[in-house]
Design a protein around this ligand. Structure first.
Ligand SMILES: Cc1cc2nc3c(=O)[nH]c(=O)nc-3n(C[C@H](O)[C@H](O)[C@H](O)COP(=O)(O)O)c2cc1C
Length: 197
């Protein structure tokens, strides 16, 4: 791969939200997750943990945990009940239909000294692994989408999925063969200061 190919590859990454039903080859997800673990992490602590949400019952538990909280948050914002229902149904459908779901977690015990800065660096490190995961998926022709919903229901998600107590959900990634071509990206202008004083 030339540097031009590599740059083109990086610039081609897009969020994919529609997937075909094609099953992924055995072992591919494991390879993608292993590649994610090559991401940089603060102090090299590698605080990322992954939960593969596979069975219908695990998906349903996740969906209920996330949409219960979603419903409460939307009710608190006085959003009309019909809008809440359609949002909840859409979310449950996406969780049921995603070919693969990886819940990205931070191990809260991976930090050396639990300060707010160290916690933040742990979260940043998990995000690094998340991007690397999505790029590894792209290298295999898969599409991926980072979903933030677990952040709004961390305790409920942990409880519903019976996660180890130190695994703190940060987000989830839906993965599968792409069944959509995203519209061209509307990039904001690059903002960079050249400081030469
Ligand atoms: C931290 C984070 C949270 C996100 N949460 C969601 C989400 O909940 N649902 C969703 O459809 N996309 C989500 N996305 C994807 C963004 O919407 C997407 O990256 C953005 O619109 C730019 O599009 P692109 O990824 O195709 O470049 C999230 C992305 C990030 C980095």
């Amino acid at each position: 791969m030339t540097s031009t190919d590599a740059i083109e590859f990086l610039r081609a990454r897009r969020s994919i939200r529609k997937f075909s039903n094609d099953p992924l080859p055995a072992g591919l997800l494991r390879e993608i997750l292993e590649t994610a673990t090559f991401a940089p992490s603060a102090h090299g602590l590698q605080p990322w943990r992954f939960a593969q949400v596979e069975s219908n019952s695990a998906r349903s538990a996740l969906g209920q945990a996330l949409t219960n909280q979603m419903r409460l948050d939307m009710q608190a914002e006085n959003i009309p009940e019909t809008d809440i229902l359609s949002r909840v149904e859409r979310s449950l459908r996406r969780i049921a239909e995603a070919p693969q779901i990886i819940l990205l977690c931070r191990d809260t015990e991976a930090v050396r000294i639990p300060t707010s800065e160290e916690d933040l660096m742990g979260i940043q490190s998990v995000a690094m692994a998340g991007l690397q995961l999505m790029l590894a998926a792209q290298a295999h022709g898969l599409g991926a989408n980072w979903i933030c919903w677990p952040l709004y229901a961390q305790a409920e998600t942990s409880h519903a999925l019976q996660l180890p107590p130190t695994w703190q959900p940060q987000g989830m990634i839906f993965l599968g063969r792409p069944a959509e071509q995203p519209k061209p990206k509307n990039l904001k202008p690059l903002q960079v200061l050249s400081l030469n004083f």
